[in-house]
Design a protein around this ligand. Structure first.
Ligand code: NAP
Length: 258
């Protein structure tokens, strides 16, 4: 009777903490394995891909997974699509724990773009001091615009992901508050911020700081969310997990939940 939480985002960690605090034990968190030292979680964790949607469906059957929560990052579209397909194939109940997007305010200077290449193009031909906060995986796209100075913040070291002549690297994990973000932007003479529209509170500081400083933001739009039933509330996801544990535990063997 194990619930599988697809993790890798702060919402998954929050749900894991809530489940542990509620005394729910039969839960497995799955991480892709992108970070060498992921945050410690209070529940069992498995690491690594499943081998596509078919692999995930096989894992669900073999490990007797009874329900799934997709609590991955809003930009992790592939695993979310695989979750939809695997849930369809196996018939288990599922929920997406999504992250609320940021609301644009009057003083925000956002240029919304679709994808990394459009973000590179939005920077234009003249050299700029760019604060790049899009994670490590998307960095190679910016090698196409080596005229800019990049202040890159990632959890993992950049390594050779962005071969450009002017790069300052910061390795840090959020949350980041607006005061510190504004001080960083002033100190580094940033003149444009590039970010994914990840949403949520823990990285909102940079958005607030850019607004205060009157800096433009190249905002990469989210991919389309999966069509699983969804919530943005950890409490509702916790109730889902509880329901699919206790309800199954008290039902006669072989009874299926709606
Ligand atoms: P993705 O493009 O949606 O997924 C790529 C592949 O990684 C999947 O096909 C799957 O491999 C594996 N994978 C992804 N999440 C997994 C999980 N929770 N458990 C097991 N395997 C997983 O994902 P991504 O954008 O590379 O992100 C990877 C992870 O980092 C995600 O879990 C996400 O929550 C987290 N993350 C992503 C971002 C971002 O901006 N994309 C930001 C912060 C955190 P198989 O096909 O072999 O199963």
């Amino acid at each position: 009777m194990t619930v599988l939480i697809l993790g890798g985002a702060s919402e998954a960690a929050a749900l894991a903490r809530a489940c542990a605090a509620a005394g729910l034990a039969d839960i497995l968190i799955s991480l892709a394995g992108r970070t060498a030292a992921p945050l410690a979680l209070p529940l069992p964790v498995r690491v690594g891909g499943f081998g596509g949607a078919e692999g995930l469906a096989r894992f669900i059957r073999e490990q007797h997974i009874t329900a799934l929560v997709d609590a991955t990052h809003p930009f992790a579209a592939r695993i979310s699509a695989h979750a939809v397909q695997a849930v369809r194939e196996t018939g288990i109940p599922a929920l997406a724990l999504q992250r609320a997007g940021w609301a644009r305010e009057a003083k925000d200077l956002w240029q919304e773009v679709e994808g990394l290449e459009a973000a590179v193009a939005a920077l234009g031909p003249a050299p700029r001091r760019v604060f790049l906060t899009i994670g490590r995986q998307g960095l190679p796209a910016f090698a196409a615009a080596p005229q800019h100075h990049y202040l890159v913040r990632t959890i993992e070291p950049v390594g050779d992901a962005l071969p450009v002549p002017h790069l300052t690297e910061l390795n840090a994990r959020g949350p980041f508050d607006a005061e510190a973000e504004a001080a960083l932007m002033v100190r580094e003479r940033v003149d444009v911020l590039v970010t994914k529209h990840s949403g949520g509170a823990s990285t909102y500081g940079k958005i607030e700081a850019a607004r205060r400083l009157g800096l433009p933001v190249v905002m990469i739009a989210r991919p389309v969310a999966s069509d699983l039933p969804a919530t943005v509330h950890v409490d509702e996801a916790l109730a889902f997990v509880c329901a699919h544990m206790s309800a199954r535990a008290s039902l006669p063997k072989g009874t299926e939940l709606a």
